[in-house]
Design a protein. Structure first.
Length: 375
């Protein structure tokens, strides 16, 4: 189990296997790996430039701990990242205060929630050690399945509070962490009757937790944070021995869900970072298609007027029956980034849910842009 902010990818490979590491590096829009999307490592040469994919060999062995949380980077590195991408991380007390506001809105109350402000220190809080109480109109399962999103998530401090992203201080007790996923997993621990039910609802919590990030190294750190958050909450509830008995069965699926829900994206274009020209080409194609469609519809109206339900008049006027234009399939980088709706067709109020209710083939893929526009 990782017990510090800076995770060893080599140790993760040894402890959890290649499939977990491959899943945590997977990009589902391109069906390849996530890529660096930064020149912070370009001085290392081939394989480390902006558009190069992050592969297992690039971050393990001699390259172990190449990717490090911001808190353990040098001041020079931190300053350069601020200049390059305005990379500024939010301290835990602000994350907690804002997450509290989200929960207060969901529960419809301020009392009896996860923590409350310390009257003696505005940057601290006092944990609620009692079980969180739910009313009849809102159940613990509804809370766990309620969707949360952290935009431009960096190392995902709003989702998983394993460590303070500013100070690097590791938070030993999972129950009292303040991330949105942490809170969901606390609720699962307080209500699930056994390990099997815990795993099911903890995975539902993951399926309801989303975040996107530009830079590939931050994205991997965010994915790792959610991965080990799951591990640490389980161990705190059931013990390390039971976890070790089940980890090779459980954790590849956990990494798979995370690989879909924490994805690489430019939040301005909803496409892949550094591929603005591909998005422009896509928009140009769509504009061209819309013009052709408008001409088609105008010609149809002319035909309807002249034909009066007779093709002969149209032929005498020299008008051919138009063919409806088709939008050609998109290239690999022309589309917006894909995400998955894991809850499509799933009845969360069903008396007994199983993992089969969340079968991957039944979960539709869609662009984040379409989801945003729909809502």
């Amino acid at each position: 189990m990782a017990t510090e902010a800076d995770i060893s990818e080599t140790q993760m490979l040894l402890n959890y296997g290649e499939q977990v590491c491959m899943n945590l590096l997977k990009d589902h829009t391109t069906q390849k790996n996530i890529y660096w999307a930064t020149d912070s490592y370009a001085e290392r040469g081939e394989g480390y430039t902006f558009h190069d994919y992050i592969t297992i060999d690039k971050i393990t062995g001699d390259n172990n701990k190449l990717i490090r949380p911001r808190a353990v980077k040098t001041k020079e590195e931190q300053t350069q990242r601020v200049k390059d991408k305005a990379e500024v991380f939010t301290p835990a007390w602000i994350c907690n205060a804002q997450n509290n506001l989200v929960d207060e809105a969901w529960f419809g109350r301020t009392e009896g929630l996860f923590n409350y402000p310390d009257p003696n220190n505005p940057q601290a809080w006092i944990n609620n050690e009692e079980k969180i109480v739910f009313t009849e109109d809102k159940t613990w399962k509804e809370y766990v399945a309620d969707v949360r999103l952290e935009m431009t998530c960096g190392e995902a401090p709003y989702l998983a509070n394993r460590y303070d992203v500013v100070t690097g201080e590791f938070n030993q007790i999972a129950k009292y962490r303040i991330g949105m996923l942490d809170r969901k997993l606390r609720i699962v621990s307080e209500n699930a009757k056994d390990s099997k039910e815990w795993i099911l609802w903890a995975k539902i919590a993951l399926r309801a937790t989303y975040g996107f990030e530009w830079q590939g190294d931050n994205l991997l750190l965010a994915r790792e944070a959610l991965f080990f958050t799951f591990v640490e909450h389980y161990i705190e509830q059931f013990g390390e021995d039971k976890f070790n008995q089940n980890k090779m069965r459980i954790m590849p699926g956990v990494a798979y869900i995370i690989s879909w829900n924490i994805w690489q994206m430019d939040g301005m274009t909803f496409g892949l970072p550094g591929h603005e020209e591909d998005i422009k080409r896509r928009l140009t194609r769509i504009e061209s298609y819309n013009l052709e469609l408008k001409k088609f519809e105008e010609k149809q109206e002319q035909l309807e007027t002249l034909m009066n339900n007779s093709l002969l008049i149209a032929e005498q006027q020299g008008l051919a029956i138009p063919k409806r234009p088709q939008l050609e399939p998109e290239g690999p980088f022309e589309g917006y980034c894909l995400i998955k709706d894991f809850f499509h067709g799933v009845n969360l109020k069903k008396a007994t849910l199983t993992t089969q209710d969340f079968h991957d083939k039944d979960a539709p893929k869609q662009t984040f842009a379409s989801l945003l526009n729909r809502n």
